[in-house]
Ligand binder design. Structure first.
Ligand code: HEM
Length: 486
């Protein structure tokens, strides 16, 4: 490395000497420039060669003094680095997933989700186009348990509203499929993505396909009379399937956002390796270890709280106990109510606990309240801890935690208002969006504390980025000298 630095200096010195002699300004300028070079060369950090990339021999034909173009300058870098456009596209697509989750909530809250009784991935793209087709669609709906038991009063115009809600939801899902798959193929084929990102895109594509299936699997649970009888339920979808659908959507959202943020971070590091190395030093410090674990814990708690909220929504458990902080007259419902034997399906009652925890609306609401209190307290504690440890945590991560504190407070307040006002569509829908906002802030916070991937770190350390910055400065100094009037 020392040799490399000396060579960089020598090469730059030669260049400067040539420039300055051409300008007939040798004595003063050269000594000034050379002292600047000496300073610059001293500034180049001396790294040890740890990886296979380090064996790349350094030569004068190396791109050290050339402007930095990833693909041209270094094949290793182009293999590891992904284009920034991929990050923007992934973050934009995660925004579409955010939108469809909110729309899905609205579809459920307006009780529109069971209006389309078939799943036709291709032909279902178009809605009924004329009166005859609308009549046919309405006949199919009239056969469904939801119409027979709950909606027998609705006419064709009312049917059109619930149909459109569900149709837009499904169309949006198809649009996300197209907006994701087509560019993913383009980016992968045109080598704008690293192998690491390609694997992620492949996984996300699988998750997207799975999301479609889970959506239909969920809808089917509300259309099939046998399943409704087995659950002793009115015509609504199973809370398990609704929560699975919500969970896979959240995973998809988090996967896209996480990958997009990771690419942006890595692009920033490649562009400014000196800054990256000082950040790596901070991230490597053992003092930040506990905060990193806490950030993952907060992500898990936010996700679990959201899933328990999905169970509340699936069972319409927000309608029971519309008081806060107490549940009715008491702080907790009675144990008889919480562990109701009617929910057990086995003679030996061995399923009493888990059935009540997942199927009894009273218990499910208490579970969600408890998860929310745990989430709020954990964020508060982490926030206080971060303020104490401010010096060792990157500045942007501290800002994210401030944001997270604000979001969790807002989200808990929205949940309480949803309960107090008997689950109005507007509040319940904003509460659902708030869950995604909380997840976003915890994900951003956790991603900011992640250590860099080993291959990327090694590339940044071992390839001539640092000297590139130095030599870039030398070059700019040389060109400044050259442009000075005699
Ligand atoms: C940190 C906190 C919280 C998170 C992350 C969260 C998350 C969620 C989520 C994801 C849903 C499902 C929405 C849907 O699928 O439509 C939900 C529903 C619900 N949450 Fe929360 N929640 C939180 C706090 C609270 C609190 C403190 C309460 C009340 C004390 C509450 C009451 C409700 C109710 C009543 C529903 C059902 C609304 C519906 O039927 O659409 N939540 N929550």
């Amino acid at each position: 490395m020392l040799f490399r630095n000396i060579e960089v200096g020598r090469q730059a010195a030669r260049l400067l000497t040539r420039t300055s002699s051409r300008l007939a300004w040798q004595s003063v300028t050269t000594s000034r420039a050379l002292s600047s070079i000496k300073q610059q060369v001293r500034k180049v950090p001396s790294f040890s060669f740890k990886t296979s990339t380090s064996t790349r021999p350094f030569s004068f034909s190396s791109p050290v003094l050339r402007p930095h173009v990833a693909s041209e300058s270094n094949p290793m870098e182009s293999r590891l680095k992904t284009s920034k456009n991929v990050a923007y596209w992934l973050i934009g697509t995660s925004g579409l997933v955010f939108g469809i989750v909110v729309l899905g909530g609205l579809t459920r809250l307006t009780e529109s989700g069971l209006s389309i009784t078939e799943w036709k991935p291709i032909t279902g793209t178009l809605p009924p186009m004329n009166q005859k087709e609308w009549e046919e669609e309405f006949i199919k709906y009239r056969e469904s348990p939801e119409f027979k038991l709950l909606n027998s009063h609705i006419d064709l115009d009312e049917f059109k509203f619930i149909f459109f809600m569900e149709w837009i939801h499904r169309l949006w899902g198809r649009a996300i499929g197209a907006v994701f798959i087509l560019p993913a193929v383009y980016f992968a084929v045109s080598k704008k993505t690293s192998g690491h990102v390609n694997k992620r895109l492949f996984g996300l594509a699988g998750l997207l396909g799975l999301q479609g299936f889970v959506g239909w699997w969920m809808v089917k649970s509300g259309l099939d009379q046998e399943q409704l009888d087995a659950r002793k339920s009115k015509p609504t979808v199973s809370q398990y399937r609704l929560t699975t659908h919500l969970g896979t959507a959240f995973f998809l959202y988090m996967g896209m956002l996480w990958t997009g943020l990771e690419i942006l971070r890595e692009c920033k590091w490649v562009k400014n390796p000196v800054q990256a190395l000082s950040l790596f030093k901070k991230l490597d410090s053992p003092a930040i270890g506990p905060m990193r674990k806490i950030s993952l814990g907060l992500l898990a708690v936010s996700f679990l709280t959201a899933m328990s909220g999905g169970m509340v929504a699936g069972l319409d458990a927000g309608w029971i106990y519309n008081t806060w902080p107490k549940m009715g007259e008491q702080w907790f419902p009675s144990s008889r109510e919480l562990m109701d034997e009617n929910f057990s399906r086995r003679e030996d009652k061995k399923d009493l606990w888990w059935r009540n925890l997942l199927e009894n609306p009273v218990t499910v609401q208490l579970v969600h309240r408890t998860c929310a209190y745990v989430a709020f307290t954990s964020v508060l504690a982490a926030h206080m801890y971060a303020i104490k440890k401010k010096a060792v945590i990157p500045k942007n991560a501290v800002t994210s935690l401030h944001v997270m504190m604000g979001v969790v407070t807002l989200q808990a307040t929205l949940g309480i208002l949803t309960i107090l006002y008997l689950v109005p569509v507007s509040l319940a829908s904003i509460h659902q969006a708030g869950a995604l906002a909380l997840l976003t802030s915890s994900l951003v916070f956790a991603s900011q504390l992640r250590k860099p991937r080993a291959p990327l770190r090694n590339m940044i350390i071992t390839l001539p980025h640092s000297s590139k910055v130095t030599s870039g400065k030398i070059l700019s100094e040389a060109s400044k000298l050259a442009s000075r009037p005699l």
